[in-house]
Design a protein. Structure first.
Length: 181
């Protein structure tokens, strides 16, 4: 009987020691190995991003200053209302038109339609500008054509007109333009 009790006690003690001390150590090691794997993946992703960033910087450095300026006009990284008004006024100037009744509406950060994210997680925001110009129909048509050819990305969202006694039309225009946040 004693021969069975001693080995049985040793097995019970071994099982207890395993579950009390050894198993938590193995579990901790497994957790640390998982974390190491995750951190190594993060390091590999960081290396890939550095390579992509380096390639993009090389491409940017190959661009001329004129191209960079044009790209910044197309989709600026900040909103400059004064520059926007000046640019549109410069488009209207050759047709003897001037902007009147300017109204600028900035997009709200919380508005889902006004602020969107592209697949690269960059935020774009929208600025609405409404104004009036006066002139004949051909001038207005040429103005809109030149506005569409402008480097500044702008969508004409509303147009309307009213006439006066002089035979000159007042055109009401609302545009939406975009910028990166």
């Amino acid at each position: 009987m004693m021969r069975l009790i001693v080995p049985l006690l040793m097995v019970i003690v071994a099982v207890a020691v395993f579950f009390k001390f050894t198993d938590p150590i193995f579990t901790g090691i497994k957790t640390l190995q998982d974390r190491q794997t995750t951190l190594n993946e993060g390091l590999n992703n960081a290396k890939k991003l550095r390579e992509v960033m380096s390639g993009l910087l090389d491409q940017r450095n190959l661009m001329s200053e004129t191209d960079l300026s044009n790209l910044n006009k197309l989709l600026p990284d900040n909103v400059d209302n004064v520059r926007l008004i000046i640019d549109i006024n410069n488009v209207a100037k050759p047709y003897n038109m001037s902007l009147k009744g300017l109204k600028i509406t900035m997009s709200e950060e919380k508005t889902e339609d006004a602020v969107t994210r592209d697949k690269n997680n960059a935020k774009q925001a929208m600025v609405s500008l409404s104004f009036s110009v006066s002139g004949d129909y051909n001038q207005f048509q040429s103005f809109l054509s030149d506005l569409s050819q402008s480097l500044r990305l702008a969508d004409v969202s509303v147009t309307g007109f009213s006439s006066n006694e002089k035979g000159v039309y007042d055109y009401h225009v609302a545009i939406q333009t975009y910028w990166l946040k």
